[in-house]
Write a protein of this length. Structure first.
Length: 445
């Protein structure tokens, strides 16, 4: 019997008791291939890594915790140095937090502090893509325009501007999104906008989607013209997931702030960070010279030691290069295996972040009827076949339909990747047959 409050009260929660590499095992001894890196894309290096456990233990035995408001520690300083060395030129400072939502919220706060210290206290508003997810805090929920997520918390959240995504269905060139951005800037008053906040490559909300180059170029021009900052949510994509240390490396603009988390701890410690460019730090250093808001475990020695060990493993074992080289073949492998299945419209990917988008088989364009709960059914069938996946259901804003995210650990072997693809294809094929039968029956009745 469990006394934990589950996320969804109608869902059965298997009890996972053990993990080894890319496999997890439940309390009944059944093993599952983990195609989602722990379920949330965090366990990038797989389960049961003794070297990462040893790094945590060694640091805990020496010094597990000190608060970073008035004290620092070697692990924090070394990890900040490592992250700055991995980022693009111009990123010179790091602020540590304990998770993804906190990193995203810290980015908002740093942007605000930057503008206030430069004498532009009127800048507070944020514009972001509507179809996104940045975390469950009130500030990060406000960054998404998805009403299904925001209710019933709307009264607590600030009102920010949102623009639609530039998907193949609505805006393949990105021009309409730029026009929407112009309208949002005008509605807010460009002089009041602090930040444009987005994922360079989306994760769960629009798996493996990124806007076209035309949008990024237009966004950079508007930053120059209006003076707002750009922050990238790289909670998922940071630390190698897309085949680069940061997905920002593949985007035709340089952001001002980058938030990271999941891959920094690789599932072995709760840690996140915000990297900022030199002008952000300089504005604070020549202004208030204070930024004391934070959390108890920010920059603590133990999680920072794990972060250092993760970077060491990624470097020495070459996983970032491996993901960059193997990722396109994995995407093509999935696309080939799913070819001919009526539900599947598109397989897109960046490294080991791959999205599968489903459509109504009757016209191969429309969203599937939400009452079919197609994506949720795919997860159930995949799990019955011994595979952990993550799918997303249609959203009420009308920007996204049923989709699946495929994000295996970097350490997956060729045989394990092949087995993931085979099990997943079988699940999608089974659900496609079920959907076609239900649609046919509905047409007859």
């Amino acid at each position: 019997m469990t006394h934990v409050l589950p996320l969804e009260l109608d869902r059965h929660y298997p009890v996972i008791v053990k993990g080894d590499g890319v496999w997890v095992e439940d309390a009944d001894g059944r093993r599952y291939l983990d195609a989602m890196s722990g379920g949330s894309m965090a366990a990038t290096l797989g389960h049961g890594r003794r070297d990462l456990v040893a790094a945590a233990r060694a640091q805990a035995e020496k010094l597990a915790y000190v608060h970073n408001e008035r004290l620092t520690n070697p692990a924090q300083e070394r990890l900040a140095h490592e992250l700055v060395s991995l980022a693009s030129d111009g990123f010179t400072r790091v602020r540590f937090v304990t998770g993804g939502a906190e990193a995203n919220e810290m980015a908002i706060q740093l942007a605000r502090r930057y503008h206030v210290d430069r004498g532009e206290a009127q800048r507070w508003q944020v514009i972001s893509p509507a179809q996104a997810y940045h975390g469950p805090t009130m500030a990060t929920l406000a960054l998404t325009g998805r009403p299904g997520l925001q209710r019933p918390f709307q009264p607590y959240m600030p009102s920010h501007g949102h623009i639609p995504p530039s998907t193949w269905r609505f805006d393949p060139t990105g021009q309409q999104a730029l026009e929407a951005l112009d309208r949002a800037l005008e509605a807010a008053g460009p002089q009041t906008v602090s930040l444009y906040f987005c994922e360079p490559i989306s994760a769960a909300a629009l798996p493996a989607y990124t806007p076209p180059a035309h949008f990024w170029q237009g966004l950079a021009e508007r930053r120059e013209r209006h003076g707002f900052l750009i922050a990238f949510d790289e909670i998922v994509t940071g630390m190698g997931r897309t085949g680069h240390w940061f997905a920002a490396e593949s985007i035709p603009l340089v952001p001002d702030l980058i938030a990271i988390a999941k891959g920094l701890g690789a599932g072995y410690a709760a840690i996140g960070a915000v990297l900022c460019r030199k002008q952000i730090y300089d504005a604070i250093a020549s202004g208030s010279r204070r930024f004391t808001l934070g959390h108890t475990w920010d920059g603590a020695p133990l999680p920072c030691a794990v972060g250092l060990a993760v970077i060491d493993v990624l470097r020495k074992e070459g996983w970032v290069d491996h993901v960059r080289e193997r990722g396109p073949r994995l995407r093509d492998q999935l696309a080939e295996a799913l070819q001919g299945i009526s539900l599947v419209k598109e397989v897109r990917g960046h490294g080991y972040l791959i999205g599968i988008e489903y459509v109504d088989p009757r016209d191969a364009v429309s969203f599937l009827p939400p009452d079919l709960r197609t994506a949720g059914r795919i997860d159930v069938v995949a799990f019955e076949r011994g595979l952990v996946t993550l799918s997303t259901m249609p959203t009420r804003d009308g920007f996204a339909g049923d989709q699946t995210l495929f994000a295996p650990p970097f350490t997956s072997t060729e045989n394990e990747l092949d087995e993931m693809v085979e099990r997943f294809t079988g699940a999608v094929r089974q659900v496609a047959n079920e959907v076609e039968a239900r649609l046919a029956a509905a047409a007859v009745s």
